[in-house]
Design a protein around this ligand. Structure first.
Ligand SMILES: Cc1cc2nc3c(=O)[nH]c(=O)nc-3n(C[C@H](O)[C@H](O)[C@H](O)COP(=O)(O)OP(=O)(O)OC[C@H]3O[C@@H](n4cnc5c(N)ncnc54)[C@H](O)[C@@H]3O)c2cc1C
Length: 324
């Protein structure tokens, strides 16, 4: 029997989506090994969190204290180290997010536990842990065996599995916070929401995401016209922001915005995982790309393999025709 711990990540009073992916993945792994999944909540006024998490785990351990209201890798490391030492799980799962990357290496080092980050798959056989990680911008997968240890730890990339509805009723165990103040050398000061520009792409129902396939800034007006014709808003991949063709608040992806429009049309976007992370939950995804092997087609509900400079004007004209 091998038990698994999964850390519940929250921000601004809301559990983050990655948590439910971790809980789904962790529960399946634990059940395969006849073990139990324990969700760990470090937070303040955690009633609602506990209610949500208990459907997804066999047990929930909750440390409720003001010090955990906002994430601080130092307080989290202290509290989690304590919990892991007591619980002695086979594996601890943490989201591969800004929080998780800040926390996991220091925590694993403190505990002397083998760890790896940014995993997209985990297999456990004969008590050996083999993880899958991507190399060269997602072009290759590497299988990595963790060296043998008393326990293991890893961060799981968002999108590794789809979050499923939970139907469990976890046992809840409330514990005392083992740390009650932030260290002087690293304190949470305030949460600053990124400024929203003239357009908030997170609120749009229809987004036209434009990528490096657009080639030149002069061609951006074609995308603007198309977006206007279908009543949408233009978003983009990171190279477009790097080239200063659109402001940062239009960038979709792991270092940009997460969007959930009804329709996302990816134009000349290859589908790097950093981009996918931001748009994979769109209701319908259409991809236009001349490369039939572009990874974006793995996510798309509909794909058009063709030169975007032919497809976009043709679509726009058709829509204008239908409108008339
Ligand atoms: C730490 C980190 C964070 C990152 N965060 C983000 C992020 O938040 N968002 C993000 O998007 N990226 C992010 N990236 C960058 C990411 O790895 C990719 O480099 C980026 O998403 C690629 O953008 P793209 O698809 O527009 O360009 P490319 O990968 O160059 O793809 C261009 C695509 O256009 C197609 N194309 C070319 N010409 C045509 C044509 N005439 N007709 C049709 N198709 C055509 C090509 O076949 C190709 O698939 C991040 C990278 C790092 C390292």
């Amino acid at each position: 029997m091998a038990n698994i711990l999964a850390l519940v990540e929250h921000r601004q009073g809301t559990i983050r989506d990655i948590t439910y992916e971790l809980l789904t993945y962790g529960r399946k792994l634990a059940e395969k090994m006849d073990g139990k999944l324990t969700g760990v909540i470090l937070g303040h006024n955690t009633g609602d969190f506990t209610e949500s998490v208990k459907k997804h785990a066999h047990r929930v351990v909750v440390a409720d204290h003001e010090v955990f209201k906002d994430f601080n890798a130092e307080t989290y490391q202290h509290a989690l180290a304590d919990i892991i030492q007591k619980e002695n799980p086979f594996l601890t799962l943490i989201g591969n997010t800004a929080f998780g990357i800040d926390l996991c290496p220091a925590l694993a080092t403190q505990l002397g536990v083998p760890f790896t980050t940014d995993c997209i798959g985990v297999e456990i056989a004969d008590k050996k842990v083999r993880v899958t990680r991507q190399l060269y911008d997602g072009k290759m997968d590497a299988h990595v065996y963790l060296s043998e240890g008393p326990s293991y730890m890893l961060t799981l990339r968002s999108g590794t599995c789809a979050a499923e509805e939970g139907n469990l009723t976890a046992d809840i165990q409330k514990i005392e916070a083992s740390i009650t103040s932030q260290p002087d050398y690293k304190k949470f000061v305030e949460y600053i929401e990124a400024a929203v520009g003239d357009v908030d792409i997170t609120k749009a129902d229809v987004l036209v995401g434009v990528g490096r396939g657009i080639k030149e800034q002069a061609n951006m007006s074609m995308i603007e016209d198309f977006a206007k014709a279908i009543g949408g808003v233009v978003a983009c991949s990171r190279p477009i922001v790097d080239a200063n063709w659109l402001p940062k608040d239009r960038q979709v992806g792991s270092s940009g915005k997460t969007v959930k429009p009804k329709l996302y049309i990816a134009v000349g976007i290859s589908g790097a995982f950093q981009h996918i992370a931001g748009m994979k939950n769109a209701d319908t995804i259409i991809a236009i790309n001349k490369d039939p092997n572009a990874p974006i087609f793995n996510e798309a509900d509909y794909g058009i393999v063709e030169d975007l400079f032919k497809v976009v004007p043709a679509l726009k004209n058709k829509i204008m025709e239908m409108k008339q």
